[in-house]
Design a binder for this molecule. Structure first.
Ligand SMILES: Cc1ncc(COP(=O)(O)O)c(C=O)c1O
Length: 330
């Protein structure tokens, strides 16, 4: 097959994406601008390989998926962190100040790992304006990369707005790892905005990057399988039930958190300023959590809901003991 993937698969993908994330565009998505990839991780690496020159900066909104650091440095780029506000919403003034003549791209991730925040279409439009103005000022297009593996994991039928109508220089990266729980099959895709003037040139560079990074092409059988499952998803109610249970119990114990709008994570505030020290208290109770420091946002910790309800219930005593130890230490 073509290194971008089976053509019939990319045609079906383009038709599906036109309906879901292409609303409001003047043109439908083009199968020639869709590439099947080795997961979202593979997709991110080929986009970054295609656009980065040594010393270029890539802006990320913290808290963020820490592997972006490695994807960016893999291709000679440098990470610039822009913090979000107390509710993990983009701080647009701060973001604007981080975009410089060295900036090649901005990565956003909505619904967000680890916070579960979904960016609104107004926020995306403002982000698009910031990037348009900066591209004009610095004389080069800055790419917006939207990493969306949790797109279908949005609670209460909330829609996840698309970046495409907000900014022509955008690429969407996605995966079947989360919404079909197929992480091991290593299958995902990247789609280039049909309104991007240099879309075909970017596509050629991404297809070459796919070869020379050693992926060559996305798993062939997995492409044929997932394209028949575009309307399917894991049962979101299961994650939602676990989320509501844990939020209810943790808040009762005195934990403080912003309710996630999607994903299968919770990102509570650490009762100790030192999130690493608090993670140790949880570990003593046999609870494994990831420190916020690992997401560029110290003072928080991430929990995953990819466990049975019984396991979550069994952990509650441990959460209560850990926070009571903090109380005593104060
Ligand atoms: C935000 C985010 N992006 C990308 C990935 C990578 O996903 P994939 O398995 O599709 O490579 C993950 C996986 O945890 C993720 O959370």
């Amino acid at each position: 097959m073509n290194n971008a993937g089976w053509l019939d698969v990319r045609e079906k993908m383009a038709a599906y994406l036109t309906r879901t994330i292409g609303q409001g565009l003047t043109e439908p998505l083009d199968p020639g601008l869709v590439i099947m990839t080795v997961g979202a991780a593979g997709a991110m690496n080929i986009v970054l390989k295609a656009i980065l020159n040594p010393g270029n900066s890539v802006v990320v909104l913290a808290p963020y998926f820490m592997e972006y650091n490695y994807y960016i440095s893999n291709h000679g780029g440098e990470v610039t962190v822009a913090q979000t506000d107390l509710f993990f919403r983009p701080d647009l003034n701060n973001l604007s100040s981080k975009v410089t003549d060295k900036t090649a791209a901005l990565i956003i991730n909505s619904p967000n790992n680890p916070t579960g925040v979904i960016y609104t279409s107004e926020e995306l439009t403002t982000i698009g304006q910031i990037l348009s103005e900066a591209s004009h000022k610095f004389g080069r297009p800055i790419l917006l990369i939207a990493d969306e593996p949790y797109r279908k994991l949005a609670f209460n039928n909330k829609t996840v707005p698309s970046v495409f109508p907000a900014y022509p220089y955008s690429v969407v990266v996605n995966s079947f790892s989360k919404d079909l729980s197929l992480a091991g099959e290593r299958i995902g895709y990247a789609a280039i905005n049909p309104e991007m003037p240099e879309g075909s040139a970017l596509m050629e560079a991404m297809v070459l990057a796919n070869r020379i990074l050693g992926f060559v092409n996305a798993p062939s059988l997995a492409q044929k399988v997932v394209v028949e499952l575009l309307e399917e998803s894991v049962d979101l109610d299961i994650y939602h039930r676990r989320q509501e249970l844990l939020i209810y119990e943790l808040t009762r114990m005195g934990y403080d958190l912003v309710k996630p709008e999607g994903t299968f994570y919770l990102f509570p505030k650490s009762p100790l300023n030192d999130d690493l020290a608090f993670i140790d208290l949880l570990r003593e109770q046999l609870i494994l959590a990831v420190p916020g420091t690992g997401f560029g946002r110290p003072g928080y910790f991430r929990l995953s809901l990819c466990l049975s309800e019984e396991m979550i219930k069994a952990s509650l005593t441990g959460f209560a003991k850990a926070i009571s130890k903090v109380g005593r230490a104060c």
